[in-house]
Design a protein around this ligand. Structure first.
Ligand code: GLC
Ligand code: GLC
Length: 826
């Protein structure tokens, strides 16, 4: 069953009933200020760091699910309802939620009163705007009361959920303009220099800032006393739970409508301007200030800017222009609408979100636990770099600065401080290689070899700074220098698979599998890291060559060649690639094992790295993957699933069979197989692996899949799970970047290389053609591919602006013009 549809012209997903099988969310915000926004107006927002600077409270694990957000209660001649459906679950005559690029709009109606809420974060300011329009569609006059409601978070979301002995005494607010402007200033009296603003642009009849007064101590959000009484109490919070609620009265004639603009903003003052200046004598300090009264200057500036519906409309239009420009950088026209809309719009949108959030804040990631991942953020670049290359560049330098001088890396770093996270530490031995991967993608996209000369600190210490190239070299050497008994790379705490913890040996409940090392074997090895090394090797070698580091190139080529030999000698199981060796030197991912005989990652990556293309192993490996791991919803991570906990394997065997890394369909690595299939030229199979995990192809299966049909999920339950086919962890997953790479660069085959844009499609023989419009280094290429020959791979001819091209690499013309490219497959 479907719960909505794609509106491709508007680039919106339109949800047509509020009771989706899980909250279907959107992200508001582009750079520093973000909101998570569900189809019933649930969620929260934060400034830069979802843990430390959260503006409104959100309860994970709540019942009912997704309660809390930005709510509006309507009282229409005594009839009380919530137009976003939640929290009252009101019966609505109409309901629709449109999630667009950086904005959402909920429209509903009841008893002749129409309501719409358009919510977004402006491009340059740190606030959410909620524009409300009320329209009287009935034949009689209406007296309508609107009550807004948000609940403030006391900034640090972790403390907010735990430290009640303090929290219940510290909440403070200020109120101005008769209650139209509410300021949340908890802890401003001491070390904070920021407060939150919740304001509306019209006069109000009253307000509330104390939760208990507004709701009633024993009520839920679905029964606020103030709304049922029809009157706000003008309460001033003192400790407990500060909220913001405005009471607005509106008289509407038949056909009349009224707009209200609400601003939920983050305001910061320089330390020496924290307090409101005092004109009167008796103010404290010099210059004199009003003690305890916050300086409203930044709030006033926001409200001056966004105080009218017209202003709100203008910034929304600017946001749309911004996304038009971004998505024009890669778009697809094809008969297959689902592929075209995913590749051209939603997949790229998700890549932007993963770039911004890493794995921090979603409806599955609490915003508290994880910072930016070294490995994750590097991979996220792959799907993002074509959108805003300058931001990718800055990100690369941030990430590289958290690398240690020996090439290893902090596994995570904090977005606010950009410092490595000591609690998680390092020792994930795949981490260093992803830096080469990210930087190579950036250089191919931009041609900016200059980035290699940037001086970048190690371990954030300026005195240890060296060029970015040296960072890459340390990454490369780290793998070379840390090999085990078979000459394969040591796995450390884990490789890409966070849950393959071969030195952990944890018996203590709750102990982190990633940071515990009870048995540092110095023996456990990873075939996957070896394959990642071989995959990135050619790019590293090419970078050396092109920057006149001939000797280094020769050294690197030898190291890569020798790793290929090692994989062939010790990483091959007869019909597929092995996965690893454990701390005792036993094989993992071998037919000799009882469970976990074959894994997807090493097979996908080895073939992506072109290992075994020359001797039939590549094809054998992928045939084995298809035979043993494929399901109708995608390829599972390994088979057979682990039935019991294995001390020597760690978290991978901790999950019930079919979930997560224990034989779940871990979508992130499915596109590795897709890309690998294109290396074999098997376009039909490549496309099949692409569509199986692509959410748009499962839109009418939403009851089973449950999550948003417009974004990828990290995991779909595998065939061993009771809920086979059910998705979890939508939005923040490396699946976004890798599927975009697989469809754009390897299936449609428009791939940045060091010399330009290579055209190398690998598609189902039944696909008759397609057009890709691609911005690349300041020129635009309109690439029309003709496959009337019905092949899966192979380019017979390419013309550029009507002239035959030698080969299939479009040069970077950099002239700002649009160029016509015609490609004939055959
Ligand atoms: C999660 C992590 C990622 C890891 C993957 C597999 O997606 O964010 O770093 O590679 O799980 O364990
Ligand atoms: C990854 C894995 C998850 C594991 C986590 C630990 O995200 O997907 O299974 O629990 O890493 O950090």
């Amino acid at each position: 069953m479907q719960y909505g549809y794609f509106d491709d012209d508007a680039r919106e997903y339109v949800i047509t009933r509020p009771d989706t099988p899980y909250p279907w969310i959107n992200y508001l915000g582009s750079e520093d200020f973000y909101g998570l926004f569900s189809n019933t107006s649930g969620g929260y927002c934060f400034y830069r760091d979802a843990r430390l600077l959260r503006l409104i409270r959100y309860r994970y694990n709540n019942v009912p699910t997704d309660s809390g957000g930005r709510y509006f209660y309507i009282r229409d001649s005594g009839d009380i309802w919530t137009p976003s459906w939640m929290p009252m679950k009101s019966a609505l005559d109409r309901y629709e939620c449109r999630h667009g690029m950086g904005y959402s709009r909920i429209s509903s109606a009841r008893n002749g009163l129409a309501f719409s809420q358009t919510s977004f974060v402006p491009l340059k300011d740190n606030c959410e705007i909620h524009k409300i329009v009320l329209a009287n569609e009935s034949k009689a006059d209406k007296d309508v009361d609107v009550f807004s409601f948000i609940e403030f978070c006391l900034w640090n979301a972790n403390d907010d959920m735990t430290n009640f002995q303090r929290n219940f005494s510290i909440g403070e607010v200020e109120v101005e303009a008769g209650g139209a402007r509410i300021y949340h200033k908890t802890e401003y009296r001491e070390r904070r220099n920021h407060y939150a603003l919740w304001a509306v642009n019209v006069p109000v009849a009253g307000f509330d800032t104390d939760r208990q007064t507004f709701l009633g101590l024993y009520n839920g959000f679905d029964h606020p006393d103030a709304v049922f009484a029809g009157k706000a109490n003008n309460s001033i919070a003192s400790g407990w739970a500060p909220i913001g609620s405005h009471h607005i009265k509106a008289h509407l004639k038949p056909g009349e409508s009224k707009s209200l603009v609400f601003v939920l903003g983050y305001c910061e003052n320089p330390d020496d301007q924290k307090w409101e200046p005092s004109a009167e004598p008796g103010g404290r300090g010099s210059p004199p200030v009003k003690p305890g009264v916050i300086n409203k200057a930044p709030a006033n500036a926001l409200l001056d800017k966004y105080g009218s519906p017209e202003a709100a409309d203008r910034v929304l239009a600017a946001l749309k222009d911004y996304w038009d420009a971004l998505l024009s950088r890669f778009s697809v026209q094809a008969e297959d609408k689902r592929m075209a809309r995913m590749a051209g719009v939603w997949n790229q949108y998700q890549c932007m979100v993963t770039f911004n959030m890493s794995r921090s804040a979603s409806y599955f990631e609490s915003g508290i636990g994880r910072g930016m991942g070294f490995r994750d953020s590097n991979q996220d670049l792959l799907g993002f770099v074509h959108l805003v290359p300058e931001r990718a560049r800055a990100r690369i330098l941030d990430i590289a600065a958290t690398q240690f001088p020996d090439g290893s890396a902090y596994h995570q770093y904090q977005p606010l401080t950009k410092r490595g996270n000591n609690e998680v530490g390092s020792g994930f031995n795949d981490d260093p290689l992803w830096l080469i991967c990210g930087v190579a993608a950036y250089i191919k996209e931009t041609g900016d070899f200059g980035i290699l000369d940037e001086k970048v600190p190690f371990d954030n210490k300026e005195e240890l700074a060296d060029s970015l190239f040296i960072h890459l070299k340390r990454s490369f050497d780290y793998t070379v220098k840390h090999t085990g008994p078979h000459g394969l790379p040591l796995i450390g705490r884990a490789d890409w698979n966070d849950c393959l913890n071969l030195n952990c040996f944890s018996k203590t409940p709750g102990e982190s599998f990633q940071t515990t090392a009870n048995f540092e074997s110095g023996i456990a090895e990873s075939v996957l890291i070896a394959a990642i090394f071989v995959f990135n090797g050619p790019d590293y070698i090419e970078i050396c060559r092109r920057t006149r580091r001939a000797e280094e190139a020769v050294y690197a080529a030898k190291a890569v060649a020798s790793m290929i030999e090692t994989i062939k000698a010790h990483g091959w199981d007869g019909n597929w690639f092995l996965r690893a060796y454990d701390a005792y030197g036993h094989k993992i991912g071998s037919h000799e094992c009882e469970d976990g005989q074959i894994y997807i990652e090493s097979n996908g990556f080895a073939v992506m790295a072109e290992i075994g293309l020359d001797d039939g192993r590549a094809q054998k490996a992928l045939d084995s993957v298809k035979d043993k791991l494929d399901t109708k919803y995608g390829i599972v991570l390994q088979q057979p699933a682990y039935k019991e906990y294995h001390l020597e394997l760690g978290e991978v065997s901790s999950y019930p069979p079919g979930y997560k890394e224990n034989a779940g369909i871990f979508c992130h690595n499915n596109p590795w197989v897709t890309i690998a299939e294109t290396k074999l030229g098997r376009g039909t199979r490549a496309f099949e692996t692409y569509t199986k995990i692509c959410p748009a192809y499962r839109e009418d299966d939403s009851d089973l899949r449950r999550l948003e049909p417009y974004v990828y999920a990290q995991m779909v339950a595998g065939k061993d799970a009771p809920r086979f086919g059910e998705a979890k962890n939508s939005w923040l997953t490396g699946t976004a970047a890798w599927t975009f790479v697989s469809i754009s660069q390897y299936i449609l085959g428009v791939r940045p290389v060091f010399d330009g844009l290579l055209i190398d499609p690998c598609i189902p023989s039944g696909m008759k053609g397609f057009t890709v419009i691609r911005h690349f280094q300041s020129a635009v290429y309109r690439i029309a591919v003709d496959n009337s020959a019905g092949v899966e791979k192979g380019v017979k001819s390419v013309t550029l602006d009507g002239k035959p091209l030698d080969g299939a690499v479009l040069p970077a013309l950099g002239d700002g013009k649009t160029h016509e490219v015609n490609v004939v497959m055959g």
